[in-house]
Design a binder for this molecule. Structure first.
Ligand code: ATP
Ligand code: MG
Length: 595
């Protein structure tokens, strides 16, 4: 499998949901396609949400429609402003610059532009259509519709489709499981109205009563067994303050939010398939004059070697098993961003995995492969040594400094070259030297030769050790004619290693990440936390070529032979910190070549 070349127009993706949308566009069923991404602000977004964002915003863009971002903020207890802010920042980051990708993002089947919700929808649209604009992504809030939800609740009571129930939450659950009707099911409309008004007015304590839909207690679908629509919670809400003490349940709020916003295609993950009859029942039981939304379900993204639920990610954060939601080992959008992954690579990944109706597990190697493909084309090459080992070129003059040309990106001739300094004292990576070489070892060994990238062939003459027996220095001689253009430059040497000038190199902290879990499916059985990889972070003091002192936080660099690295926000002037986004070894490409 290859990833699309982003310099070409890749075909627009096609899947069963887009097929439905295309059919609806063709039949002019809707004035405009309108999707939404409705996160609950109870945690940070993860890469699974990225799949949903790319699907919903992608459909809107491809079909000339609109996509809302909606805070599904109906639960006052679990939600916080911090999460709202992070969700907006992460969504904006992910969709900014989308139009530059050409990932099939050509509008197809254009429908007329109409303002559906005043000016707000134009914000969403401009965030995609004009990705360079500074216009913030402006969210909708389900909590903005609390008044309208309440009106709909009154309507359901009036038309005999809802009742106030006095059973405790535990009793309600039990009766629903058993398919038993509540003794309060047949209250009169007047009594129900009176009780609902008093519930809203704060007359009852938490949990004393609920408003329930009157559907079918004998339905094989549990969601249709008189589900709770409203519960009492005397709690402050981050958006509506103390205005409300009754809060709508997910299905009620979600369905009506879709209707209120004029959503045409309400796309969600498979676990909501069983909720669809309730979604449709609510829409059918109310007097709703405008066209109704339809719900479609797709399989959520599951990724190997990680967990993908806000609840579990929250445990890792709260138990301090990672350093916050944006720890670069986390599958959160903020973690992946901090690690150095780009929005375009995540979008490319989301397009690549496709949309199906079958639950599956995606190999994280595919994500890494997608990121590598992009960086291989775009990343400037630099030299850095992770575990420095000093070498002295004994036949090289002490005061001499040579400037050698190093290619910036062999994949991009336009990227040119830069000058790197060569001198008598250098650092190489300790991993490139051994005193006990296995067969076919082509790096440096006592008495052996190796080429220094962009420079000379050197030979290791002497190994200097400290009192504890550890190697502290290698004394070498260089073949001073072996540099590019020299008399022996074409001499064949099997190994080439990288290096930096000891006099010029700068110090940097480099954080090397490995998978957060040791098993492909930490969620499969047992406590996922027992599968945490104790070696998922390794911090080293590296020596880097001096140009990295001015590293651009927006750029991913390839440290030659080591992987792709990006500056971490922990960097201080004169003390850069780099995260290894990814190594160079592509296990995905290797796997697919085998088949
Ligand atoms: P989690 O279980 O991680 O808490 P959630 O489904 O409760 O996720 P929401 O905030 O309700 O999270 O999700 C917002 C949208 O993102 C929903 O439409 C949901 O279906 C979608 N989504 C959540 N997780 C995934 C995933 N792994 N793959 C694809 N879409 C997802
Ligand atoms: Mg949820």
């Amino acid at each position: 499998m290859t990833t699309p070349n982003q310099n070409e127009h890749a075909p627009a993706p096609s899947d069963f949901i887009r097929d439905v949308v295309a059919g609806d566009v063709k039949s002019r069923k809707h004035a405009q396609i309108h999707t939404r991404f409705p996160p609950e602000p109870n945690g940070y977004l993860h890469i699974g949400h990225a799949k949903a964002i790319c699907l919903n915003f992608g459909i809107a863009h491809e079909f000339g429609g609109v996509c809302n971002i909606r805070m599904d903020d109906t639960n006052p207890a679990k939600e916080e402003v911090e999460y709202v802010d992070s969700i907006l920042a992460d969504t904006k980051w992910l969709i900014d610059g989308w139009a530059d990708d050409n990932l099939g993002l050509k509008p197809r089947g254009k429908t007329p532009d109409t303002k559906v919700n005043g000016n707000k929808t134009d914000f969403e649209l401009s965030a995609i259509r004009n990705p360079k604009s500074e216009i913030p992504v402006e969210p909708f809030h389900a909590s903005d519709y609390f008044d309208q939800f309440y009106e709909y609740a009154l309507q359901l009571v009036r038309n005999g489709n809802a009742y106030v129930c006095d059973m405790t939450p535990e009793q309600t659950d039990e009766f629903r499981r058993l398919g038993k009707e509540s003794p309060f099911r047949d209250r009169s409309v007047e009594e129900n109205l009176d009780l609902l008004v008093r519930m809203k007015g704060g007359a009852f304590p938490d949990g004393a009563r609920t408003l329930r839909a009157k559907i079918d207690m004998s339905s094989p679908n549990l969601w249709l067994r008189d589900p709770v629509l409203y519960r009492i919670r005397h709690a402050e809400h981050h958006h509506t303050g103390n205005k409300w003490c009754i809060y709508p349940m997910y299905d009620f709020a979600h369905t009506l939010s879709d209707y209120i916003e004029g959503i045409t295609h309400s796309v969600c993950t498979l676990e909501f398939e069983v909720h669809r009859p309730l979604y449709d029942w609510l829409l059918a039981s109310l007097d709703l004059p405008r066209p109704l939304p339809h719900q479609y379900e797709f399989a959520r993204l599951n990724l190997t070697y990680t967990v993908m639920s806000k609840r579990k990610l929250m445990q890792l954060v709260n138990d301090r098993l990672v350093n916050g939601w944006d720890d670069p080992r986390m599958p959160t959008i903020s973690g992946l961003r901090r690690r150095g992954m780009t929005a375009s690579a995540l979008r490319s990944f989301a397009y690549h995995i496709g949309i199906t109706k079958y639950p599956s597990m995606t190999d994280v190697a595919l994500l890494e492969h997608t990121v590598r493909e992009e960086f291989n084309r775009s990343a400037p090459r630099r030299l850095a040594v992770l575990r420095p080992l000093k070498i002295v070129i004994t036949n090289y003059p002490e005061s001499k400094v040579e400037e050698l040309a190093a290619v910036n990106n062999p994949e991009d001739p336009g990227a040119g070259s830069r000058k790197i300094q060569f001198g008598r004292e250098l650092f190489i990576d300790a991993a490139d030297f051994t005193e006990t070489p296995p067969p076919k070892y082509f790096r440096l060994k006592p008495g052996g030769e190796v080429r220094l990238k962009y420079a000379y062939i050197i030979k290791c003459d002497e190994v200097v050790k400290g009192d504890d027996g550890a190697v502290i220095e290698l004394r070498c001689t260089a073949d001073l004619e072996s540099k590019s253009g020299g008399a022996t430059s074409s001499r064949k040497i099997k190994g080439t290693i990288h290096w930096v000038s000891a006099a010029r190199a700068i110090d940097a902290e480099v954080r090397l990440y490995d998978r957060l879990f040791t098993v492909p499916e930490p969620d499969a059985d047992g406590d996922f936390k027992s599968f945490l990889n104790p070696n998922s972070l390794d911090v080293v003091n590296a020596k880097c070529e001096p140009s990295l002192a001015d590293a651009d936080p927006q750029v991913s660099y390839q440290f030659e032979r080591l992987g792709y690295f990006a500056l971490d926000p922990d960097s201080k002037p004169g003390k850069p910190v780099f995260n290894r986004t990814i190594t160079l070894k592509d296990t995905w490409a290797k796997e697919t070549r085998k088949h």
